[in-house]
Design a protein around this ligand. Structure first.
Ligand SMILES: Nc1ncnc2c1ncn2[C@@H]1O[C@H](COP(=O)(O)OP(=O)(O)OP(=O)(O)O)[C@@H](O)[C@H]1O
Ligand SMILES: [Mg+2]
Length: 243
């Protein structure tokens, strides 16, 4: 479970995350949606301890990311929005590096890598350097590296971006399976059809302000019948445009 309370980030005079409070429940997929520059990545970076908040708290399975960063960091796997890291390593070297860093036991590791690499369609490239990978292949290896220590919480920043349809399908399935086992999955996306179909709950953020947390159905109940999530999202953002 992720509990965010009164989270604040300010750059100069600009408040980019404005005192948001929300929860990503266990056993659920939570979708984080908002226009470009709304504050999604900034929020995810504060949750994962990459950025220091200017106010508020984040608990990961009850552990405060600022007070006990090491314990809190063991709770989650994070797939960032830019997969261009560790380019000199081979795919398999990167995954093993991540596993070692988290002290993941070696038994069962090979099976996990085989299963997930096959499902994502990256198995055959594990022995090539990440530098030689396409964007989507880099994305896949980052996903594998983030999940290798079997974290209970998955946090993914636009994970489907650049994935081919087969891999995107498998990733969505993996997210569902993980949530169904009682874990929490939080991901940001601009693909509202995906959010509508996949998410148990959605968070809508606009210019740093949280506009909504709840089910898609709950949101739709406030609007005329048959409005899709896309229609509602456009309506929420229509009045004053976005950046
Ligand atoms: N280091 C920084 N210095 C100043 N402003 C920043 C910095 N990082 C982010 N911002 C600003 O914070 C706001 C939120 O950015 P953020 O990356 O969180 O948006 P986002 O919702 O992830 O957008 P996108 O959908 O485009 O990924 C933007 O206005 C951005 O310009
Ligand atoms: Mg972003």
């Amino acid at each position: 479970m992720i509990e965010v309370h009164d989270l604040l980030k300010v750059y100069g005079k600009k408040t980019v995350v404005n005192h948001t409070t929300w929860t990503a429940q266990d056993g659920a997929i939570t979708g984080f949606i908002g226009h470009n520059g709304a504050g999604k990545t900034t929020t995810l970076k504060m949750i994962t301890g990459i950025l220091k908040p200017d106010g508020g708290t984040v608990l990961l399975n009850g552990t405060d990311i600022q007070k006990s960063p090491l314990k809190a960091k063991r709770q989650f796997g994070f797939v960032s929005d830019s997969p261009d890291h560790f380019l000199r390593l081979k795919g398999i070297e990167y995954v093993n590096f991540m596993a070692d860093m988290y002290g993941t036991p070696t038994e069962g590791r090979k099976e996990f890598v085989e299963e997930y690499a096959n499902r994502l369609g990256i198995f055959d490239a594990l022995n090539s350097t990440i530098l030689s990978y396409s964007h989507g292949m880099r994305q896949k290896i980052m996903i594998l590296g983030a999940l290798i220590h079997r974290p209970s919480i998955w946090i993914l920043d636009e994970p489907m971006l650049g994935l081919d349809p087969l891999a995107a399908y498998e990733l969505k399935l993996m997210m569902k399976e993980h949530a169904e086992k009682g874990n929490s999955v939080l991901f940001s996306t601009h693909v509202l059809e995906v959010a509508e179909k996949l998410c148990d709950e959605i968070l809508i953020i606009k210019k740093g302000d949280l506009q909504y947390q709840g089910t898609v159905e709950g949101l739709q109940a406030n609007y005329p019948p048959d409005m899709s999530l896309e229609d509602i999202f456009i309506d929420i953002n229509r009045d004053d445009g976005h950046e």
